[in-house]
Design a protein around this ligand. Structure first.
Ligand SMILES: *Cc1c(COP(=O)(O)O)cnc(C)c1O
Length: 343
């Protein structure tokens, strides 16, 4: 039996069109800027997001850390939500790589920071006792699948600009956000100075992310990528799949979002199972109350039924839909979840 793998959209596999494009693409030494496919991916990404330049990086984590390193001098302050991927799942890299002073903020709006959350923390450095805020990091979508409105993004960006502080956005699921909000990538990115987005999640490319920003920022980031050992040679093989991702895999993300909503609708028909966050993209978070079974018993039963997910964190179960998950898979998985809880 082939499992229904709802652990993450990172498990997606490259499509046939990607494999074909990888097979046929023209490549060269990208460290010498001679890989035409990488160049085309970077230009395409920059154009789509309305930025001057792009930089191919090996992963989303790499892109975020490279952005922090490029934006921030050591001991300068980065404001970031405490639930953010940069805080929770990047192994403390910002302390080691950028030697940045990270100020985590408890978000007031679910997993989203508000204008007040951010503005009240900004330190201008006039008092030499205080660290100086050099960067604000947001996520769109957040690591919990929630979306900032365009208005909030604009307000935070305008406030930051008044203080001369750039806004970097971890957009691992940036294109999910565009599709869910019904806005063009360049409109969404207009309220961000730099953005990292993943080609390797819902967009199904095997490897890679792109960091975009101004020409000056990307030139510096290219140097920092080299410092971090991320200058890859004939990386066009990866960029070829990334181009297919950007050209043909964006609009279909809506199917994943519809499947996520379907999962919530079906699972929450059981008393005691409820969505714990609004399902805006392909990420579902649920709580179970009153089950006679423990979390590990529920998880073992789900696995036995061929439905894969991670152990819940703080009581929240997480399920992600993606290209490899059909509507029928969602129906089976939702039923398996309900039955596994014994309710
Ligand atoms: C997946 C993810 C990243 C980057 O992950 P990589 O595995 O390093 O590509 C960054 N931020 C968020 C919110 C993510 O979900």
């Amino acid at each position: 039996m082939c499992p229904i793998d709802l652990r993450s959209d990172t498990v997606t596999l490259p499509t046939q069109a990607m494999r074909q494009a990888m097979f046929e693409c023209e490549v060269g030494d990208d460290v010498l800027r001679e890989d035409p496919t990488i160049n085309r991916l970077e230009e395409t990404a920059a154009r789509m997001l309305g930025k001057e330049a792009g930089l191919f990086v090996p992963s989303g984590t790499f892109g975020n850390q490279c952005a922090i390193l490029t934006h921030v001098g050591s001991a300068d302050e980065v404001i970031v939500s405490e639930g953010a991927h940069i805080i929770q799942h990047e192994a403390g890299g910002a302390a080691l790589i950028a030697r940045a002073f990270i100020r985590t903020v408890t978000p007031s709006n679910g997993s989203r920071l508000t204008l007040h959350d951010v503005e009240s923390r900004v330190r201008t450095g006039d008092d030499y006792h205080c660290p100086k805020t050099r960067l604000i990091c947001l996520e769109q979508a957040t690591a919990y699948g929630e979306l900032y409105t365009l208005e909030t993004l604009r307000d935070i960006h305008q406030m930051a600009a008044r203080h001369g502080i750039p806004v970097h956005v971890d957009g691992a699921r940036f294109f999910n956000a565009c599709v869910a909000l019904g806005v063009a990538p360049n409109e969404l990115a207009s309220h961000m100075d730099t953005v990292t987005f993943c080609l390797s999640k819902g967009l199904c490319a095997p490897v890679g992310s792109v960091l975009v920003g101004s020409t000056q920022f990307i030139a510096k980031a290219r140097r920092m990528r080299k410092v971090m050992g991320g200058g890859l040679r004939q990386a066009g093989f990866l960029a070829a799949a990334g181009l297919v991702a950007l050209e043909s895999m964006v609009q279909r993300l809506e199917e994943d979002h519809a499947n996520a909503r379907l999962f919530v609708e079906l699972a929450s028909q059981a008393k005691g199972i409820q969505a714990s966050r609004q399902t805006e993209i392909n990420m579902v978070f649920m709580r179970v109350t009153g089950s006679p079974r423990s979390e590990s018993e529920i998880l073992a039963e789900l696995t036995r039924r061929g439905v894969l997910t991670y152990a819940p964190e703080f009581g929240e179960w997480r399920f992600l839909t993606h290209h490899g998950i059909t509507r029928e898979d969602v129906q089976l998985a939702a039923r398996a979840f309900v039955e596994a809880t014994g309710m």
